[in-house]
Design a protein. Sequence first.
Length: 219
Amino acid sequence: HEIVGVVTETGSDAKEFKVEDKVGVGCLVGACQTCEYCKQSLENLCSKMIMTFNSTDTDGTMTYGGYSDKIVVHKRFVYRIPENLPLDASAPLLCAGTTVYSPMKYYGLTEPGRHLGVVGLGGLGHVAVKFAKAFGLKVAVISTSPSKEREAIERLKADKFLVSRDSEQMQVAMGTMDYILDTVSAYHELLPLINLLKPNGKLSQRSRCNFLLCHYYLV
Ligand SMILES: [Zn+2]
């Protein structure tokens, strides 16, 4: 579902693309395109959406995603990749990238100079740090693994690294963050993260968590 490649053939109505264009395909290859969600470009909420892999296509066959050598995709679900962007570097943007870029833009976690905490430094977290630095944010990576500090600071240029199991470090950082982007997929407590936020801070949850109601602005 992070498919990149080159166009080899186009349908008569797919005039936006031409042979040899660099393109990508994300998690979706189909949707009804007529419901209220599709009309708002929210095809991921469409009850008839078709996933790129392990889904039933309109002809009743199974979708196999990027495991195939070639794929036929409706133009609505094909994205142009700029000439100067290498294909291998583009692929993660089609799932991990959009999973963090979309909430950052949609909920306004992008104001330069603001302080963002990125929880977890896996596939989602590492692109989140790169986007955040490009937006001009001050970035703290929050992780259970002290071994990730070097990658966070030296390679991804994060400003700060917090070990979430170190209660002293977490205590010092309380109330210092404007935004938190939580990318951890394992079940974990939200409260220690919420404590890091300033009043009216925003926390965007990208995965499952033990949900706790609170007066902070959860997005
Ligand atoms: Zn729809």
